[in-house]
Design a protein around this ligand. Structure first.
Ligand SMILES: [Zn+2]
Length: 483
């Protein structure tokens, strides 16, 4: 049915994205411009992202807590760079209970300030450190140009906030959480994200250093998909987060913050989606296997449904997320297209012939057509399906990695950079200055993504010059068009 399809990516990638979000039933626009309604299927995907991250946070010693939505305006103003960075995006409450407030309240754009305030009360001695906290929350940033999941005025996220006794520990934590994000992206989302340090211009308002995982989308644009900041002592000094060290001397803490948001849903859509719609990695898919009964007569229907229930029961009992599509008003062909659109990794079909043979048909979403389809015995189906889901997960990472690597290119000079960023990411020796980044952006629309954290010694400059301006290079950096 034509109404099921999406605009082909090659025709209009941006339109394709919006089509997929809506036709796969992930989200919808809200009455307030820039806000988003996350529908159940999109929210289940977010819950799986959340679960996989939360597990990793707990394994690395963090505890969840919750801090207030409303923050006194004076808090935001305490850290100079922070207020400068966030002022244009703030939503401010000035009236409460029908009365003008003495002090305006900010709807949190992020929580460094209010958490810094709490940390100052909680931390007294070196024995209270490190303090490792995470919160799952919503935040509001007054964005003017919004896209569902990618950039919305209100979004869901987690923000980790930690305090440490030394600069080294804070830096270690910052990099550890960046690695946690990269590990999540690779092993759960099947996205081979690149870890790197942001340039000075791109770093978080109030941070000493910011790091990010950058993921390549299906049109080769970059998407910053998670960030980790070393805040130095900036917020500790602004909020008086101090501790008594082992020599009974008062010291300021070193703090970090790190976050991943509902933007990750956008990353999954764009890293894997194709012209049939969404493709979800099995580990995050709300539905891992969809079972479609095939029959012509009522008599057949009864037998087929009985068999489907019997065959799916062991799958469900080992925790495989199975959905049986027993809708009677639509054809099997319609159902195939529908579940392909929604990105379900594996489709199981059973018809009268399969029942005779004691088999089922399994069709993979990651390999289209006949090549991705096989007939397998009903016996031992749990093992077969588990193996296939693992294969699909691995294959999706392989596909995304091959695509990424085919679109990463070194650029020795500015002309090469200009050419590369039309359809990929350019790696250049970069001076790290805002002037140079602004020029590149104006000429090519590509922005500085990160200085990749690579152990390769060749990437540390030994007198190399910026490929664009000729000043001494800080390191090798990626430039790309980005969301
Ligand atoms: Zn330069």
């Amino acid at each position: 049915m034509a109404s099921q399809g999406v605009t082909p990516r090659s025709e209009d990638y941006s339109r394709w994205y919006t089509d997929v979000v809506q036709k796969a039933d992930l989200a919808d626009y809200a009455p307030v411009r820039g806000c988003m309604i996350i529908k159940p299927y999109g929210y289940e995907l977010w819950e799986n992202i959340k679960g996989a991250l939360d597990k990793r946070f707990k394994e690395t010693g963090h505890k969840n807590a919750y801090f207030p939505l409303l923050i006194p305006m004076s808090f935001i103003q305490r850290e100079a760079e922070h207020v400068e960075g966030f002022a244009p995006e703030l939503a401010v409450v000035t009236i409460g209970g029908g009365k003008e407030l003495e002090e305006p309240l900010v709807v949190r754009p992020t929580s460094e300030t209010v958490i810094g305030h709490a940390f100052a009360q909680w931390i007294h001695s070196y024995r209270d450190l490190p303090l490792l906290i995470n919160q799952w929350a919503n935040v509001v940033r007054w964005e003017l140009r919004t896209r569902l999941f990618l950039r919305t005025m209100e979004f869901l996220w987690q923000e980790g906030h930690t305090a440490h006794a030394t600069a080294e520990e804070a830096q270690q934590e910052t990099l550890q959480m960046l690695e946690v994000y990269a590990d999540f992206a690779m092993n759960e989302a099947a996205i081979p994200a690149i870890m790197g340090r942001k340039s000075d211009q791109e770093k978080f308002a109030g941070a000493e250093a910011s790091y990010a995982i950058e993921a390549m989308m299906g049109n080769t644009w970059a998407l910053q998909s998670g960030t980790s900041h070393n805040l130095g002592q900036n917020f500790a000094k602004a909020f008086g987060i101090q501790f008594q060290d082992e020599n009974n001397e008062q010291q300021y803490c070193w703090t970090t913050s790190w976050g991943v948001s509902t933007r990750m849903v956008g990353a999954v859509i764009m890293a894997h989606g194709d012209d049939q719609g969404l493709r979800l990695p099995p580990r995050l898919a709300p539905i891992q296997v969809v079972a479609v009964p095939i029959y012509k007569t009522d008599e057949q229907r009864e037998v087929v449904m009985d068999t489907i229930l019997r065959v799916c029961e062991p799958l469900l009992s080992v925790g495989i997320r199975v959905h049986i599509d027993d809708r009677e008003e639509v054809t099997p062909g319609f159902k195939y297209n529908d579940w392909e659109m929604r990105g379900v990794p594996l489709r199981l079909e059973i018809g009268p012939k399969d029942i005779e043979k004691g088999s089922v048909a399994l069709a993979r979403r990651d390999i289209p057509g006949k090549e991705g389809k096989q007939f397998v015995p009903q016996d031992g189906l749990v093992g077969t399906v588990t193996r296939l889901l693992n294969d699909i997960q691995k294959n999706m990472l392989k596909q995304a990695t091959e695509f990424r690597d085919a679109h990463l290119h070194e650029a020795k000079d500015y002309d090469k950079l200009k050419k590369v960023v039309e359809d990929g990411w350019a790696l250049i020796w970069h001076c790290g200055t805002a002037e140079c980044e602004d020029k590149i952006k104006e000429d090519t629309k590509a922005s500085s993504r990160c200085f990749p954290l690579d152990k390769n010694p060749e990437w540390h400059p030994q007198g190399e010059k910026c490929a664009v301006c000729g000043k001494p290079a800080q390191g090798k950096a990626y430039f790309a068009r980005a969301y």
